[in-house]
Write a protein that binds this ligand. Sequence first.
Ligand SMILES: Nc1nc2c(ncn2[C@@H]2O[C@H](COP(=O)(O)OP(=O)(O)OP(=O)(O)O)[C@@H](O)[C@H]2O)c(=O)[nH]1
Ligand SMILES: [Mg+2]
Length: 391
Amino acid sequence: MAEGFTIVGEDEVREIRDALENQTLTSAVAKIQDYFEQIDSVELNIAITGESGSGKSTFVNAFRGLVEDNKGAAPTGVVETTVYPHPKYPKVKVWDLPGIGTPNFKADEYLQKVKFERYDFFIIIISERFKVNNVLLATEIQRMKKRFYFVRSKIDNSIHAEKRKKDFDEDKTLSIIREDCMKGLLENGVASPTVFLISSFDLQLYDFPKLQETMEKELPEHKQRVLLLSLPNITLDINKKKKEALQANIWKVSLLSGAVAAIPIPGLSVVVDVGILVKELSSYYQAFGLDDESLKNLSDKTNVPLEELKAVLTSPLNKEISGDVVIKLLTKFAGAGVMLLEYWASTIPVFGSMAAAGISYSTTHRMLTSCLNELAEDAQKVLMRALQSPV
Ligand SMILES: Nc1nc2c(ncn2[C@@H]2O[C@H](COP(=O)(O)OP(=O)(O)OP(=O)(O)O)[C@@H](O)[C@H]2O)c(=O)[nH]1
Ligand SMILES: [Mg+2]
């Protein structure tokens, strides 16, 4: 067996078989192309609302992996609705809605004004003190059949203040804050409220991971992927889930690259569209935030110098992803491709009758899997370095 060789899971094999056995290779490829067009066009619109000064704009930035002085970051004190497309996934739009500060607040008018229909869900940011306006807003959002999540911001401040007390216990402080928020909401008629405690300065702490999981779970399936990929690379769990999501599509990309305008590579029994593979590898790179801009943002946020973050990267893909690099990689994995042909041919009969296609497919599959593992590992190392843990 080749080094690091991983047999694909049963689900994946079943999916590939279904795609290939009941139809011709051409129609299977057309279906895969269709699938990629569809996932590329999925939009996600997230509304951030709450009282004035509660921390909406700061959250909008943190969610997109930015700090305030970055280009394109949300400024504070803006009163109009402003949309901030995600820097890497422009179809993911975070909307910074106006604050709901006025005493004679009318939730229905507010929601009409901010065009509530366009959002997939709302995040209502609440701060230290309970305000009835939040309840009016939540109730109206619910009436409009939209989802919302309560987020209590600035938890770092609350923890900091409590830390001075001599019997300080972080978990206990957090549950007191949580219960206090929930009590206010319950008393004002919000049935079984959930409140996520966060600090926009340290999103990886407290309840953000839980919020992220809940948002993902409650989205329609076709929107889950784009939310996941657009999440800031701040926890090992996000890293792992991104890797799984990307891994799940490798068979589709491999099949596509071997079937669309495929060009033989001199000296290799591999026939692929190198452009598709360059695009795919670049998308891994973006998803894991290994590009210069993302690393710079991470460095700004954590105060770990950019050079130190870059120093932990080991994948050669961090230097360049080009057609030449892809061809070199395919050459490196061609041997494995030949070796794996038998496995793939027994799994997917059509490859048995087309050895060339089988070798191209196995080589590409093996190459993408290996690159994905490598980049995911680099992303993990960068994260651990940024969070100051020993690598
Ligand atoms: N410590 C701490 N401060 C925060 C956090 N979130 C926001 N802030 C601070 O709270 C203040 C208000 O934050 P903004 O993000 O401007 O609040 P906003 O809701 O957009 O305010 P308006 O646009 O005026 O309605 C700023 O000074 C932020 O730095 C947080 O999680 N922790
Ligand atoms: Mg603001």
